[in-house]
Design a protein around this ligand. Sequence first.
Ligand code: PBG
Length: 321
Amino acid sequence: MEFPKVRMRRLRKNRIRPLMQETKLSKEDLIMPIFVDENISSRQEIPSMPGYFRIPLHSISDEIGKAMELGIRAFIFFGIPASKDEIGSSAYDDDGVIQKALRDVRQDFDDAVLITDVCLCEYTTHGHCGIVHNEEILNDPTLPVLGKVAVSHARAGADIVAPSGMMDGMIKAIRGALDENGFENTAIMSYSAKYASSFYGPFREAAESGYAFGDRKSYQMDFHNSDEALREVELDLREGADMVMVKPALSYLDIIRRVKEAFKVPVAAYNVSGEYSMVKAAGRMGWLDETSIAYEILTSIKRAGADLIITYHAKEIAEVL
Ligand code: PBG
């Protein structure tokens, strides 16, 4: 009988096991999404995202403070404005919901990293991510508006702006607008490879950003493709993106890996609303252990190559890290 000389199991023993971990999730990897709602006066749980809340403006600093106590330092803000119109003008109002929230948080927490979603869908009556004419989402007329939104966010204290509308040329337009207004140090995290995905369903309820007609397929990517993601990333980097994003995350680990290997730039992954809700639903049914599943999912996203992960699990995971 010949016994194996190489035994993989030697290093798997409990005491040694943690020393062998190639990938370690840390609190610094996490970005927590914040839904600020101008229309409510107390926290409201989002029905399709159990355990996740929309926050009224007056308690936004409180909310950030609690997360920071758990060790989370980065936040991405989404606004639900009091008023919407055809062109999404409340998105670049200096007294808009995001701008007010940023000023509050910045005043209370000097070391919080404030990221903003730069898009029009939550601010337009039709719910699309660009300027619309005859039910068509127009690319070029949307660009200067995105520039204005980014500048107003920077002025209110954003460290990083994150355009999510998938308009061609949006990074160049935003970089130009920021630089012209003296915000050359505001960074851009581009939602470069954003797929048209059914995983965004719960978010659209959370942010009231469902659309009045059509779908988002004229601007978001087709999930049958992955070379196309590399082209998107390349263009965004050339236009001045400081970091890029792949979204969703869990069904797109291959894209994260390809992007990381091809470009060696900071890559964020968005563990989106539907991915969160699936875990929560199964957890509530008693079919899965929510926290250990979330931990495994986030670790796999990091192992695939993500440097940063936007996740609704941020708080529960920070608690166990
Ligand atoms: C806005 C935006 C969306 C998400 C982030 N920014 C929705 C969409 O494109 O329809 C989705 C986030 C999530 O599902 O958690 N463009």
